[in-house]
Design a protein around this ligand. Structure first.
Ligand code: NAP
Ligand code: GLV
Length: 306
């Protein structure tokens, strides 16, 4: 079995070494233009030339949860595209979001500013029962985040494409219920995939439906939020603060107003990095499944784009 690896921004040597241990019978090489045809591709943001040349693939494995970059390419027809499902990212994401929620509720930004002024300033902390967290996207990661927030006894509501039910969570589904979902979310956590339906979804109209003084956490993709609309609503005070891990352009350009906005905390796309060993184990298992004609979890529904 031949496997080709084509990933930008990755430590290719570490991946190749771990993949060769997990799939000892496979011949695994780093892709370069003109490379021989492979059976399976392991990719992260490959160039179009990769798919134009690799015409014998039986499976494409994305080493991330989001497949939006792949969906913009011309992919070979009939070849399953498989993304990472959890693979250790859920716990990372859950911890990151819980930290951001706790920082908002206890006003850590205000406390840091008070410390810098040498002031003992006790904030008024809203009760957690009144601090509703709304999760947009109740998929693999959204569910892990919900579980962690429930552990800390935050009221959680969730919004998804199809109707869902789970204990202790108030569910909303579809465009018709988005307004009602936003209206009860003191904090909204964006964990949707980037698709034509979700791009620019959090615009002025939608963000205005959040309660006065609400907070936004975006850990999904930058293109889901309209930057200028977010800035306008932070400046007007309708939104109190935003915590952003993802941006339309990454790295975020130095001139972007997000960098120095007093109500924005930003991190460089680190909320749930791909976990190398867990991902290699999952991909190796999935390759064995395809090879044996078994169903593969995490197969992307190409018509939906996620
Ligand atoms: P997932 O399992 O595919 O879950 C996606 C969720 O979004 C599902 O609940 C789906 O609804 C919902 N959804 C999709 N389109 C929708 C729409 N138009 N309206 C309402 N709901 C919609 O994905 P995941 O593994 O949880 O990952 C989510 C995203 O997180 C990824 O796509 C990626 O962009 C981002 N991510 C970011 C990082 C980071 O480090 N910042 C790391 C990993 C992933 P249904 O349940 O009805 O299908
Ligand atoms: C990271 O952003 C991912 O989609 O896994």
């Amino acid at each position: 079995m031949n496997i080709t690896f084509c990933c930008s921004n990755t430590e290719a040597d570490l991946w190749l070494a771990a993949l060769r241990v997990a799939l000892p019978q496979a011949h695994i090489t780093l892709w370069q233009s003109g490379a021989p045809l492979a059976d399976y591709a392991i990719v992260w943001v490959p160039p179009q030339a990769f798919f134009d040349q690799q015409t014998a693939l039986k499976g494409i494995f994305n080493i991330g949860a989001g497949v939006d970059a792949l969906m913009r390419l011309r992919l070979p027809k009939g070849v399953p595209v498989v993304r990472l499902t959890d693979a250790g990212m859920g716990l990372e994401m859950a911890e990151y979001v819980c930290q951001a929620v706790a920082e908002f509720r206890r006003d850590f930004a205000g406390l840091r500013a008070a410390q810098a002024r040498g002031q003992w300033q006790v904030p008024s902390v809203p009760s957690r029962q009144a601090f509703n967290v709304g999760i947009m996207g109740f998929g693999v990661l959204g569910q892990q985040v919900a579980k962690a927030l429930r552990y800390f006894e935050y009221p959680v509501n969730a919004w998804s494409q199809t109707a869902r039910h789970s204990d202790g969570i108030q569910h909303y589904a579809g465009e018709s219920e988005l307004g009602a979902f936003l209206a009860v979310s003191q904090v909204v956590v964006c964990l949707l995939p980037r698709t034509p339906q979700t791009e620019n979804l959090l615009n002025h109209q939608r963000l205005s439906q959040l309660p006065q003084g609400a907070y936004l956490i975006n850990v999904a993709r930058g293109a889901l939020v309209v930057d200028q609309d977010l800035l306008a609503l932070l400046d007007s005070g309708h939104l109190k603060a935003a915590w952003l891990d993802v941006f339309r352009q990454e790295p975020l350009p130095p001139s972007h107003p997000f960098w120095h906005h007093p109500a924005i905390t930003l991190t460089p796309h680190i909320s749930a990095p791909t976990q190398l060993q867990a991902s290699v184990d999952q991909i190796a298992h999935h390759i064995r499944c395809i090879d044996q004609g078994l169903p593969v979890p995490g197969q992307v529904a190409l018509e939906k784009g996620y």
